[in-house]
Write a protein that binds this ligand. Structure first.
Ligand SMILES: Nc1nc2c(c(=O)[nH]1)N[C@H]1C(S)=C(S)[C@@H](COP(=O)(O)OP(=O)(O)OC[C@H]3O[C@@H](n4cnc5c(=O)[nH]c(N)nc54)[C@H](O)[C@@H]3O)O[C@H]1N2
Ligand SMILES: Nc1nc2c(c(=O)[nH]1)N[C@H]1C(S)=C(S)[C@@H](COP(=O)(O)OP(=O)(O)OC[C@H]3O[C@@H](n4cnc5c(=O)[nH]c(N)nc54)[C@H](O)[C@@H]3O)O[C@H]1N2
Ligand SMILES: [Mo]
Length: 769
């Protein structure tokens, strides 16, 4: 007999005392309670630094300290007083460190010295900055062609660092810019560019104060954008409807206790957030939104037949959009059976949501990785936009589209030129400004870069932050790709697995973090700037003493490599590194929207990059907002899995104690998991069957038939409120199952939220391996 299945004990509401307690623990655990706490008081303040946690906007930017548990973790993780000095590397070979967990590696603390890999001893050994720059420059210059180098960016880099980085790579001669955004919101950027002419959202924070309905699709803000919860909660309190689409019942979207509200904290009270919680099947959102649109069209037909006013915004549709008729035809052609089967949601509930949409005068749709990491993500983003267009929910107060970004400056990095397909106008501007011939060939994104390293056409990998080897699919193949390079360079704050697969020449270069004071040679402190999800650009200046005297800013490191690679005749790299105002002047002259950059960024809230779509000016090919009329996918992975025995679709998501590949702790409090990460969530009925067949711990085996076998070993099954036939577990441990061979149409984003798998008993998979 197996135990009766009960869902695990979860904390009763998101936020609240659990969050405060957890903060204390993380501050103490970081062994830096004082500088950590001091740093926190300066997070997202006008004279402080931008929180390295997430990209949610900051309200008054300065009126009150915005409390955020996961912001605390991000800040204290960086402000730790633990160090990973050269003597650490002397004690451990790289092969040995490869056996450590991500958690253990970063747990050693901040990197302190530039390190070079020594193959003979299999150890990293300290070197001088000059030696590092000279060898990196010589190796890059020695390649047959600049396109043999890949310049990766993780979205934490400031505007100034990112701009200098793209300038370096382009002056060297390539547009190879694989970017974390390729694995993240790429589908939002592409889908929105087609739909509204700009790959960014159209709402401001204040719009959340005005909306009557907010659709929150495929995201878990309780963990990943905690400050967003406060805005959702205020909206819910005003009576706005918050309609959630998430296969998994996430605690943070159900109830939230605001740690800033003293009365609420003392009473132990919490507030409901979601008025409606819909649990679509994985990849079922496009079908769900198509169903809602169908119901809106039906309501409109009925209104017109009865002589009532149209429920659509006819004036907006006529003057500002293109393709309504084709979209209507596509909606008519999509049957309810297909919609119900693919979404897993009933027609009745979708009609109810349509009614909410129709009765709301202002609606916002927000989304994140649950939407963007499927094959049909671009089509899904466009379907969300379609629905919003129907009632003119764009470009007016309280209404609009809001992709909620991941890394704190991933949006800004794209704005200032981290783009493997740069617009010609930007390259023209660079050429005018700097007087070199910018490369015109489009470059590599993440998947193309991995392919090029694997087949030997790429020979150098430079990483501006991030953890490429662990964030990407097919972990073993990517490790092989990196290790086969002539040159690997990682600019980083802490040690991670990407550093442990060095190329023939391998460097790890330690940099200042955002919380640290950045002084130039003359002793003047420097600020950098970032852009949040609402296109607000503001300054960020660190306040902590640097973790080591040897650290340099990302900007100084890029300038050092650039000078050693392309020389300083045309571009005075050192001068820009000496005074970041000079970089901002260059950005102002080459990127639209930055007029008066150095003045405006020193104002308390910074400034907003004008987003024309938010003013109903659509810079698309048609000059209008474009409907799309895509058919639903023939079958989602969920539908494929449903037709076969012991076949599931797996999504990989984040626990409450992690920041991407950085693991802060082993708990996932809101989901009731403590002290472990090797868990697979499944529906309680699926759990009963699986447990009877295989026992408590299982292996998970990939089913994408592309010639690569994939096994994730030794996971504990945990019952959870989610659809049957789907599984969920943590990234990056499960990236061994995510195939390089499946990716989003147009976006090339790995399908991290729909991986076909089967479950095996521990022994069978181990024997097969
Ligand atoms: N503390 C913390 N903050 C972070 C991060 C972090 O790791 N830790 N990461 C940052 C980054 S880079 C990013 S991109 C964001 C990520 O923010 P999220 O997108 O919230 O990240 P995930 O944990 O991947 O959560 C995806 C959510 O989508 C749901 N989901 C999965 N598949 C589907 C689907 O098919 N349909 C629907 N409707 N829902 C689905 C999952 O159940 C889960 O709740 O957060 C940023 N902020
Ligand atoms: N299976 C699966 N895979 C995914 C995802 C998923 O949901 N599922 N999500 C994807 C998403 S949304 C993203 S954005 C990517 C993230 O991919 P990345 O951005 O590559 O990964 P991170 O884990 O954010 O990078 C962490 C490392 O950054 C370095 N670092 C931290 N702070 C700084 C700094 O200030 N400067 C510098 N130079 N380095 C710093 C540290 O060394 C740390 O080890 O992963 C993607 N991969
Ligand atoms: Mo992301």
């Amino acid at each position: 007999m197996t135990d009766p299945v009960s869902t695990p004990k979860r904390s009763s509401a998101a936020g609240g005392w659990g969050a405060l307690k957890s903060c204390g623990k993380h501050l103490l655990g970081s062994r830096s309670p004082l500088s950590g706490a001091r740093a926190l008081l300066k997070a997202n303040q006008p004279d402080g630094f931008d929180c390295p946690g997430c990209a949610w906007g900051d309200p008054e930017h300065g009126s009150s300290f915005e409390f955020c548990e996961n912001g605390v973790k991000a800040v204290s993780w960086e402000a730790t007083d633990k160090r990973t000095p050269p003597k650490f590397f002397a004690r451990h070979t790289v092969s040995e460190l490869r056996g450590w967990s991500d958690y253990a590696l970063e747990g050693e603390g901040r990197l302190t010295h530039p390190m070079r890999y020594d193959a003979a001893s299999d150890r990293y050994v300290a070197v001088s900055w000059d030696t590092a720059f000279a060898e990196i420059g010589a190796t890059l210059r020695g390649l047959d062609h600049p396109d043999q180098a890949e310049f990766y960016t993780s979205g934490r880099a400031s505007n100034e660092a990112a701009y200098l980085y793209q300038l370096f790579a382009r002056a060297y001669g390539t547009n190879n810019f694989p970017d974390c955004s390729n694995m993240c919101h790429e589908a939002s950027g592409i889908g929105l560019a087609h739909a509204i002419g700009v790959g960014k959202g159209t709402v401001l924070l204040e719009d959340f104060e005005k909306a009557d309905a907010i659709f929150v699709v495929g995201q878990n803000p309780g963990t990943n954008h905690p400050r967003m919860l406060a805005d959702l909660r205020k909206a819910a309190e005003r009576g706005a409807k918050v309609v959630v689409f998430n296969p998994v019942r996430e605690r943070g979207l159900e109830r939230f206790a605001d740690p800033q509200n003293t009365v609420e904290m003392l009473r132990g009270a919490s507030r409901p957030i979601a008025s409606h919680y819909l649990q679509p099947r994985l990849g079922g959102d496009m079908a769900a939104f198509r169903g809602i649109a169908k119901a809106v069209f039906a309501a409109d037909d009925a209104a017109l037949a009865a002589g009532r006013p149209s429920v659509l915004d006819r004036a907006f549709l006529a003057s500002h959009t293109e393709g309504l008729a084709a979209y209507r035809a596509a909606a008519d052609a999509t049957g309810w059976d297909a919609i119900e089967d693919q979404s897993g949601l009933s027609r009745a509930i979708l009609e109810e949501v349509a009614e909410i949409y129709i009765t709301s005068s202002k609606s916002i749709a927000t989304w994140a990785m649950g939407v963007t990491q499927h094959r049909h993500s671009v089509a899904t983003v466009r379907e969300i936009a379609n629905l919003m267009f129907l009632r003119g929910n764009i470009g007016r107060p309280g209404a609009g589209l809001c992709p909620v970004r991941g890394h704190s400056n991933v949006q800004g990095d794209r704005t200032v030129g981290i783009n493997e397909k740069p617009p010609a106008a930007f390259l023209d501007a660079l050429e005018r400004e700097f007087g070199f011939a910018a490369p015109r060939r489009h470059g590599h994104n993440v998947l193309a870069a991995i392919g090029a390293m694997l087949d030997g056409t790429a020979k150098a990998f430079i990483g501006l932050g991030g953890n490429f080897a662990r964030a990407t699919p097919d972990t073993a193949l990517v490790a092989k790709a990196l290790a086969s390079c002539e040159l690997t360079v990682h600019i980083a704050t802490k040690l991670n697995h990407s550093h442990l697969v060095p190329g023939r020449v391998g460097y790890v270069l330690p940099c200042l973090g955002r919380t640290e004071i950045d002084r130039n040679a003359a002793g003047k402190t420097q600020i950098v700037t970032v852009e949040d999800s609402m296109s607000m650009v503001h300054g960020s200046g660190g306040i902590n003493k640097p973790a080591s005297k040897e650290l340099r800013s990302e900007i100084a490191i890029i300038a050092g490599m650039a000078a050693a690679t392309v020389g300083s005749d045309r571009i005075d790299w050192a001068a820009m590194a000496e005074d970041y105002d000079r970089i901002r002047d260059r950005i102002e002259r080459t990127v639209p929207g930055f007029a008066g950059y150095n003045v405006r960024v020193r104002r308390p809230r910074g400034f907003m990059l004008r987003n024309l779509a938010a003013e109903r000016v659509f810079e698309t090919a048609t000059g209008r907002a474009n409907f799309s009329a895509d058919a639903l996918p023939a079958a989602t992975e969920h539908q494929v899995a449903a037709g076969a025995d012991n076949t599931f679709v797996l999504q990989t998501f984040r626990s409450h104690d992690q920041y991407n590949t950085t693991i802060y702790g082993l708990d996932d409090r809101y989901r009731g998991v403590y002290g472990e990460r090797r868990v697979i969530f499944c529906h309680p009925d699926d759990l009963v069957t699986l447990r009877q067949s295989f026992g408590e711990r299982v292996d998970v085996v990939g089913l994408h038939a592309d010639g690569t076998s994939r096994i994730a070993e030794d996971f504990r099954l945990v019952p959870f409120d989610m659809p049957r036939g789907s599984l969920a577990g943590y990234y990056p441990e499960l990236n061994v199952l995510v195939p390089l061979s499946t990716f989003g149409a147009e976006s090339d984003t790995p399908t991290s939220k729909s991986v076909l798998v089967t479950v095996c008993p521990r022994t069978v998979a181990a024997a097969a391996a």
